[in-house]
Design a protein around this ligand. Structure first.
Ligand SMILES: NC(=O)C1=CN([C@@H]2O[C@H](COP(=O)(O)OP(=O)(O)OC[C@H]3O[C@@H](n4cnc5c(N)ncnc54)[C@H](O)[C@@H]3O)[C@@H](O)[C@H]2O)C=CC1
Ligand SMILES: O=P(O)(O)OC[C@H]1O[C@](O)(CO)[C@@H](O)[C@@H]1O
Length: 375
């Protein structure tokens, strides 16, 4: 069985590539980083080292790499010949891999290709599908796109090698509904969890792990604290994280009918994972790409909108949003752009442009926070 995975970074090598290897796939990593691809082409194996109480060391073999910038035809042919295509390149990068997948589908014959985007975003595979089929609707029957939710904390790695240090926790949930009647079999990936309805899984993950993690990061950054674990030692920061997660918990319990105790345990486990002392992670990494994180369907605004629609308050989420406005990491293009927009746009225009809300009480509250962050 052959898999092509776009994005040979942390999640690519340390999570999706590992689980595909364990499922028996030969994995071809496609990336645009020539050094990384060079290592993937010459190495026979790399290790995924877990840290934490249930830690295991895994050895991944049977892989290769293709540089899609240098060899777009080779990458497209690999897609054409694959059973499964996955990606973990970042939600905003998916549009750049789409032409390679489109070309691969054009070359393909036989069963439909299974495509699964493994990004922190709701409906990422649907978004990838739109990019791939743009101007090429005739290829629609050649692929099945299944949404997924991926969860594993993997901080930045040593770029000189392929080995990856990861937390011992992971969860890969995949929507099984697109496979029915599609002509493509549901892939056999024993470490993944196929579900009939992905919404509760992706929303629980994004609005707990990602909301909580990002809230910690922005509060920590504003307090001049480097790491996530150190930030959570600060009582005010921990209270801010708990307030944001109390908001999302109310929403998730009401929306999906989760058991309250089980959900509280899920939240507590997420915070423990952030604190993992063996996994140093920085406020800068977790705060990365703030414009994406402040956008309409992301970890702060989406749950806040839904709470307000239900007649509830979302003060913890609004406070987290306000903290994110001050994220000004110099090496982060979106942080630089955020600061430009913050000072150039009127507050209401900023909220409309960045977060997609134009009217209503939440728009007004967020605009007040934007005005305060400008001063
Ligand atoms: N690192 C983490 O803890 C987690 C990350 N995620 C999500 O996984 C995705 C990837 O994150 P990471 O692995 O951390 O990022 P990363 O930066 O380690 O890896 C991304 C890889 O994509 C490659 N890439 C960029 N443009 C490309 C293109 N046009 N074609 C092919 N490859 C390209 C980069 O060279 C890099 O190797 C993101 O959506 C992130 O939100 C999800 C859960 C956990
Ligand atoms: O910052 P991004 O791109 O949303 O992805 C990283 C986030 O996802 C996680 O990996 C959780 O699965 C955390 O490390 C972090 O909150």
């Amino acid at each position: 069985m052959r898999a092509v995975h776009f994005g040979a970074g942390n999640i690519g090598r340390g999570f999706v590539g590992l689980l595909l290897h364990r499922a028996g796939y030969e994995v071809t990593f496609v990336d645009v980083n020539p050094e990384l691809i060079g290592m993937l082409q010459t190495a026979d194996a790399y290790q995924v080292r877990e840290v934490g109480p249930d830690a295991v060391v895994h050895t991944v073999t049977g892989f290769t790499g293709i540089d899609s910038k240098a060899d777009p035809t080779g990458a497209a042919q690999a897609v054409a010949d694959a059973d499964v295509v996955t990606c973990a390149v970042g939600p905003t990068v998916m549009r750049f891999i789409a032409p390679v997948i489109r070309e691969g589908l054009a070359l393909r014959s036989g069963d439909p290709l299974v495509v699964m985007a493994c990004e922190n975003a709701i409906g990422a595979s649907d978004t990838l599908r739109e990019h791939v089929l743009e101007g090429a609707e005739e290829l629609a029957a050649k692929a099945v796109f299944a949404n997924t939710a991926v969860d594993r904390i993997i901080p930045p790695q040593d770029p000189a090698g392929l080995d990856v240090v990861v937390e011992d926790f992971f969860e890969w949930s995949i929507d099984r509904s697109p496979f029915a009647g599609s002509g493509a079999a549901q892939p056999a990936i024993p470490d993944a969890h196929f579900v009939d309805d992905l919404a509760p899984f992706i929303e629980r993950k994004l609005f707990t792990v990602n909301t909580g993690h990002a809230t910690t990061a922005y509060a920590g950054w504003n307090a001049g604290i480097a790491t996530i674990a150190e930030a959570l030692e600060d009582r005010a920061i921990r209270a801010a994280v708990e307030a944001a997660l109390a908001d999302t918990s109310r929403l998730l319990l009401a929306k999906f009918g989760f058991d309250a105790d089980e959900h509280a345990a899920y939240v507590a486990r997420a915070i423990e994972r952030f604190e993992n002392p063996a996994l140093p992670d920085t406020c800068e990494r977790i705060g990365r790409q703030p414009l994406r994180k402040l956008s309409r369907h992301e970890r702060f605004v989406q749950p806040a909108v839904e709470l307000v629609e239900r007649g509830e308050r979302a003060d913890g989420l609004v406070a987290a949003y306000a903290a994110a406005l001050r994220f000004d990491a110099e090496g982060d293009e979106q942080a630089v752009e955020l600061q430009r927009l913050l000072h150039e746009l009127e507050p209401a225009d900023f909220v409309a442009h960045v977060s997609g809300i134009e009217t209503g009480p939440l728009a007004e509250t967020l605009a007040e926070r934007v005005a305060a962050a400008r001063s």
